[in-house]
Design a protein around this ligand. Structure first.
Ligand SMILES: Cc1cc2nc3c(=O)[nH]c(=O)nc-3n(C[C@H](O)[C@H](O)[C@H](O)COP(=O)(O)OP(=O)(O)OC[C@H]3O[C@@H](n4cnc5c(N)ncnc54)[C@H](O)[C@@H]3O)c2cc1C
Length: 482
């Protein structure tokens, strides 16, 4: 079988046009509302299984991830890494100079990546005889009917995949100029002199990292007691140490009170009266489900604060109506959407796929240094199994040759159930996101430390740090103390 990934150059060369069909009243095996990660993954898998699909999208196929999320942010982060490498080149005996950041050039590089992937994806969808792509805004007008511009698309099954939007806070009005969200930040044509990032979650710390590398004075303001608070506490602490070293200012445990515009920018007041001023304010306080006025509730779909409630098989309260992606409570990640889409297509095709373990979904934060994790935090594992039934081990990247070569610091932390499998892997350091593949196999296959310790890791790689952590946990450390 030959499989074309969207970024395969053969896809971008293809001359597919999306088949924008206009049936007046058509019936499909599946009608999908939203063509982002969750929606298009459902469509592609369903088409492979020979189900007929209508994929309805009001914006651009690929959704947030491709156009306003994962891909553009990671392109910016890569440009930021190159800026840092130029700035720090002398540490490696290389004489280079960072003269400046040309945002037009950065944007053209970023947009080039998006457009190649977009073309590839259009090729995949347009090339499938089983998928009818419908361009337009859809609304659920019956339990199995979506209407777009007066035309009705009936599905034996419906998949809701309408995604999410950047949230704000009461009293905080986004104007797209001085008070912006990630959508605006991704299309900026200049490097600001200073930015306040409101929110120290994944999106906030990634933008803080990019801007600092581009020479911006950055201050993160976070209401919770630590940055990336969903991660293991040790990972948060390591990131905070690294950010301090990079001179990224941050204030944690500081809830937002108000913001005012000044002559030169914005003044943010934290509860208690402390103020911070900057040219721009990036609001990165999370993403809300995009479900308002789409007919979901009217058709009897049970919701909670705008999220669509499903069971573990992603069924909503209405028979034959499923939901995938960011509108389903849980991790808002593209690869979760992909997997849920594949799951739902297979479920509808009668294949009874295995339920997705939410904790087994890998999580990567791509700031510098990166954070990567899968499974339970140490605190969660102790809560779940009992404090005396869990052992945690931290292998410092100081003992890892490749990390020394890269001049990065951090760790691989393992959490295991005593006499049982590894239930959590947490990593901090440059490039550790690339190690998450092995970590997720270890977690999802419920590997014991002794089993992983038998596997040989190539030297010198950062991957060895994972191997060494398992050697240590199995009682036979190599480059660390027992
Ligand atoms: C700045 C940023 C960085 C991110 N980085 C990462 C990352 O590195 N890794 C990661 O895994 N995730 C990342 N994410 C999250 C990721 O983008 C989302 O989890 C993912 O896109 C969710 O997929 P989805 O299909 O649920 O929704 P979306 O991708 O939002 O797609 C929903 C689609 O539905 C369409 N739609 C909505 N309503 C209608 C309607 N009425 N009719 C027709 N179409 C409609 C929308 O136009 C949209 O295209 C990031 C997000 C942001 C904002």
């Amino acid at each position: 079988m030959s499989v074309l990934h969207p970024c395969d150059p053969r896809c971008s060369d293809a001359t597919w046009e999306l088949d924008v069909s206009e049936p007046n009243e058509a019936t499909f095996d599946i009608v999908i509302l939203g063509g982002g990660s969750g929606g298009y993954a459902t469509a592609l898998r369903a088409a492979q299984l020979d189900l007929s699909v209508a994929l309805i999208e009001k914006g651009k196929l690929g959704g947030t991830c491709l156009h306003n999320g994962c891909i553009p942010t990671k392109a910016l982060l890569h440009a930021a890494e190159i800026a840092d490498q130029a700035r720090e080149s002398e540490q490696f005996g290389v004489k280079a100079e960072l003269i400046g950041i040309d945002m037009a050039g950065v944007n053209s590089y970023k947009d080039g990546v998006i457009s190649r992937l977009y073309k590839g994806l259009q090729g995949l969808v347009g090339g499938s005889k089983n998928i009818t792509f419908v361009a337009g805004e859809g609304k659920l007008v019956g339990k199995n009917v979506v209407e777009v511009d007066g035309k009705r698309y009936t599905g034996r099954n419906i998949v809701l995949a309408s995604g999410s939007y950047a949230k704000s806070l009461p009293g905080l009005e986004v104007d797209g100029e001085r008070i912006i969200t990630s959508d605006h930040a991704l299309t900026m044509d200049r490097v600001p002199s200073s930015v306040i990032v409101l929110g120290g979650g994944v999106i906030g710390v990634e933008f803080a990292s990019v801007w600092k590398s581009f020479g911006v004075d950055v201050t993160i303001v976070e209401a919770l007691p630590r940055l990336v608070a969903a991660e293991d506490e040790e990972s948060s602490k390591a990131l905070e140490r690294a950010f301090r070293k990079r001179k990224i200012n941050f204030k944690v445990g500081k809830p937002f009170e108000k913001v005012e515009k000044t002559d030169n920018g914005v003044k943010l007041t934290i509860q208690g009266g402390e103020t911070v001023e900057a040219e721009l304010l990036l609001v990165a306080v999370g993403r809300g489900p995009n479900t308002a006025n789409l007919g979901y509730e009217e058709q009897g779909v049970k919701m909670d604060r705008g999220y669509v409630l499903t069971d573990e098989r992603l069924r909503t309260s209405v028979p034959n109506v499923y939901a995938v992606g960011d509108i389903v409570p849980g991790l808002q990640l593209a690869h979760r959407g992909f997997q849920q889409g594949i799951f739902v297509a297979e479920e509808i095709a009668g294949q009874t796929p295995a339920v997705i373990d939410e904790a087994g979904i890998p999580r990567v934060t791509y700031c510098d240094p990166e954070l990567a994790s899968v499974g339970l935090t140490e605190a969660k594992a102790k809560e779940q199994y009992g404090a005396d039934k869990v052992t945690a081990l931290n292998f410092n990247l100081g003992g890892n040759g490749k990390s020394q070569i890269l001049k990065t610091t951090g760790f691989v932390k393992l959490v295991r159930v005593n006499d049982g499998p590894v239930v959590g892997v947490h990593m901090v350091g440059a490039r550790v996101g690339e190690l998450i593949g092995e970590a997720q196999l270890i977690y999802n296959w419920e590997a014991y430390p002794a089993e992983v310790a038998q596997l040989v890791h190539a030297h010198p790689t950062q991957n060895e740090a994972l191997g060494e952590a398992h050697l240590a946990l199995a009682g036979k450390p190599l480059h660390s103390h027992a």
